[in-house]
Design a protein around this ligand. Structure first.
Ligand SMILES: *Cc1c(COP(=O)(O)O)cnc(C)c1O
Length: 417
């Protein structure tokens, strides 16, 4: 007779029963407030990763906590067999903020991209003859599901899982001439990130997105922007495309949208969204009441607390600080980014820097062998940015043999803020 499982077997290895799909740093957390996380051992660390551009309101934001508490107490889920008022509200807020019209809700960035791919194929299929090809950019990252992976550039991510869905054509990013040669009557969509995030925080150059917009329009193809990382205030605009002055046909969102609750969305122009009809696409969890309350609360709070402006100002301060380190130490070779999506190229190993910063009490992450990415919560304060720059400076100094006293810019993080 088998007994029901009651207790997990304790193990010294926290990954004993997990797939080994992640290389994790030696840290875990029990709580968070604003830009600070409390480690299991009680130490407080300054969070400049923000769960990879997810924790847009920081940790424990009272508006989000209250909204979620309230929703948990009401009802969590009913499915899309019924109207979901919370979902309709989140969609209306997205439409208002984006200047687009309709939202399809899902649960992740990859799924938002997948919805965009299916929308593009429906759109292209309505043309005579049918247009099937999606033009995508070298250096891109769109997610790990097979469809999103087919649009993702690094070969090492794709090759082990072939065959992948066909019909994706890569062109060099920021090369309008190459796009002109690739986009034609057989193109159903152009899909790019306005700022390539995982690719190392590489912004579209002025004129590039406008050029893609004109190309797509000329050939009756959709311009779909992947703003999974750049959306919802991250770049100092609600959506990065607003800073570039282009209007996409559809935009994929996820990371920052739920402030930590998994929620993704594809938002599109009315006429375009109409190409997906009942039966074409669905998600059981998509836009469920909890996720929708999270999205609505984040969108409202970003507006109410002027977090786009804070992202612009704190981002400028952060880049200024990093450029000072570049000038003074030479250990930083380039600083890029917009708003609070910031990268610093180092003349040393970025993985080693993330470990050193963690030791000093600062979370940062690497998006390349020598590229550090900083994506703190949009609520980050002037003092916290100064502290982060000071800790990065100390981390850079740590392995310089002759660094004398007096060069340290920040007090230890244990005092908190
Ligand atoms: C993170 C990311 C994705 C994938 O999002 P998941 O939620 O991990 O599926 C897609 N596109 C961009 C631009 C991203 O940064």
């Amino acid at each position: 007779m088998t007994e029901p499982v009651r207790d997990a077997t304790p193990s010294a290895d926290p990954e004993r029963h997990l797939f080994r799909t992640y290389r994790r740093l030696p840290a875990s957390f029990v709580a968070g407030r604003g830009c600070w996380l409390t480690e299991t051992g009680g130490r407080r660390v300054l969070d400049f990763v923000g769960g990879i551009a997810v924790s847009s309101l920081g940790h424990g934001h009272p508006e989000l906590v209250d909204a979620l508490r309230d929703q948990v107490g009401r009802y969590l889920h009913v499915s899309n067999l019924y109207h979901v008022p919370e979902q309709a509200e989140a969609a209306a807020l997205l439409a208002g903020a984006s200047g687009l019209d309709r939202a399809f809700f899902c649960n992740s960035g990859a799924e938002a991209v997948e919805a965009g791919v299916k929308l593009a194929r429906r759109w292209g299929g309505a043309k005579e003859p049918a247009a099937r090809e999606i033009v995508v950019a070298e250096g891109s990252f769109h997610g790990r599901t097979l469809g999103a992976l087919a649009a993702t550039w690094p070969r090492r991510y794709r090759e082990p899982f072939e065959p992948l869905p066909a019909g994706f054509r890569f062109v060099p990013f920021n090369d309008l001439e190459a796009a002109r040669e690739a986009v034609g009557p057989g193109t159903c969509a152009v899909l790019v990130e306005p700022i390539q995030g995982e690719g190392g925080v590489v912004p579209a150059e002025p004129g590039y997105l406008e050029g893609l917009r004109r190309l797509a329009t000329r050939h009756g193809a959709l311009l779909i922007l992947d703003e999974v990382q750049t959306g919802v205030g991250r770049t100092g605009e609600m959506f990065a495309f607003q800073g570039y002055g282009v209007r996409p046909d559809a935009v994929a969102l996820a990371k920052g949208l739920g402030g930590g609750v998994p929620v993704g969305a594809l938002v599109a122009r009315d006429e375009v969204a109409g190409h997906l009809v009942p039966g074409d696409h669905a998600s059981t969890f998509g836009g469920n009441p909890l996720a929708s309350r999270a999205a609505s609360t984040v969108l409202r709070t970003v507006a109410d607390e002027a977090l786009c402006r804070n992202a612009r100002e704190r981002g400028r301060q952060l880049r200024r600080g990093l450029r000072r380190l570049a000038a003074e130490t030479g250990a930083v070779t380039e600083v890029r980014g917009q708003g609070l999506l910031v990268a610093a190229d180092l003349e040393r190993d970025a993985g080693e820097m993330t470990r050193r910063c963690l030791e000093l009490g600062l979370l940062v992450n690497a998006v390349g062998p020598r590229t550090l990415r900083l994506t703190p919560p949009l609520v980050v304060s002037e003092d916290e940015v100064d502290r982060a720059v000071g800790l990065i400076e100390r981390a850079l100094e740590a392995d310089r043999p002759c660094s004398g006293p007096g060069g340290v810019g920040a007090s230890p993080p244990s005092g908190g803020a």
